[in-house]
Design a protein around this ligand. Sequence first.
Ligand code: WQD
Length: 335
Amino acid sequence: MNVLLTGGAGFIGSHTAVALLEAGHQLTILDNFSNSSFAVLTRLRELTGKSLKGVEGDIRNLSLVEDLLRSQKIDAVIHLAGLKAVGESVSDPLRYYDNNVSGTTTLLLGMQRAGVKKIVFSSSATVYRGSQEGLFNEDSPLEPVNPYGRSKLMIELILRDYVATNSFEALVLRYFNPVGAHSSGRIGESPLGVPNNLMPFVAQVAVGRRKELAVFGQDWPTPDGTGIRDYIHVMDLARGHVAALERLEQGGRFDVFNLGTGQGHSVLEVIQAFEKASGKPLPYHFAARRPGDQAVCCARVEKARQVLGFETQAGLEEMAADAWRFQMLNPQGIV
Ligand code: WQD
C-alpha cells in the first residue's frame, strides 16, 4: 500500500518505517522535525536500500496534508506525529491539545477531502492510567490523569465518532513502554534534552552522558520495591503496525489493540539488563516517587494475538543490548 507515515522520523516512526519498507509498502514520511532529525531519513534509505519520500511539514497545515495525500496517491495513514512527554503536557496543556488533538482533526479533514479512508493511530497506555494498577485489557476503564493521556483518549473518541457515520476505517494501537533500537544501531531513541523515560536515561548514564540514574521510589508494593512496566521492543512495536495495516486492508472499521509483551519488569531489572549489555555497573540512587507514577502497568495482549496474529519476540535482554548498541554508536544521539 501507499502509506503516509506522520512523525516518521521519530523513535517509533523510524522503526515503523523500516518494518513497512521491509514489508514492501511505499512510504511517504511527513515530519516537522520538532523532536527528530532529518538525518534519520538518510539512515532509513541506507538501512533498507529502499526509496522513500520525506516531507518537512506539520499535520496542522491542511493544504499541505491534502495535497500530499492526493499527489502521493495515499491508501492509508499511519499517524504517529504528536507530543508525548507527560510532565510537559501538565505544564503546557494547550500545546499538547493543539499539536495532538487539533493536529489530528486537521489530518482527518485532509483525508476526508482527499478520499483517504484508512488510518492506524498511535495511542498509549496512559489512557488507562488512574486509580488502577496492574494488567490492563482493551476494555479496562479509561481514566487518563494528565493532558497527554487525555489528548490520546480524545483522539480515540474522535476516530470512533468519525467511523460511526463515514465509510472510514480506524485501528487504534495503545503502546505500553517502547524501548530498544534496530539491531544495526543506526536508528534508536534519541530524545532532545533530558530524557523523561527510563531506558534512554539509563543508556545516557551508561555511555557517560549523564552522571547517574535516580530511581523514583523503592517502596512500591512490588517484589523489589521499584516500579514495574511492560517494555516492548520498538521493532516488535513496528511490526505491530504492519499487522494492523494488513488488518485494514481486509476491512477493519474501528478497533483498539494493546501493544505490549504481557510481561512486566522492574526498574532494578532494567538496570541489571543494561549492566549485562554494557558490561559495566550502572550508577544509580533511590529518590522520591515521581508524581503521577504508579506501581504496576502491564498489558493483556491476547486480543492483538487473536485478531492481528501479532506476538512480540524480543525479551528485556535483547531490548537492553540493542538500546546500548545504538547509544554506544551514537553517544550524542542522531544529529
Ligand atoms: C518507567 C519506570 C518510573 C525515569 C511513560 C509515559 C507513557 C509512554 C511511556 C508515551 C517507572 C521509572 C523513570 C527515571 C525512574 N510514553 N523511572 N527513573 O512512566 O511508564 O510511561 O513513557 O506514550 O505515556 O507515561 O515510562 O520510562 O517514564 O518510567 O525510576 O529517570 O521507570 O518511575 O516506574 P512510564 P518511564
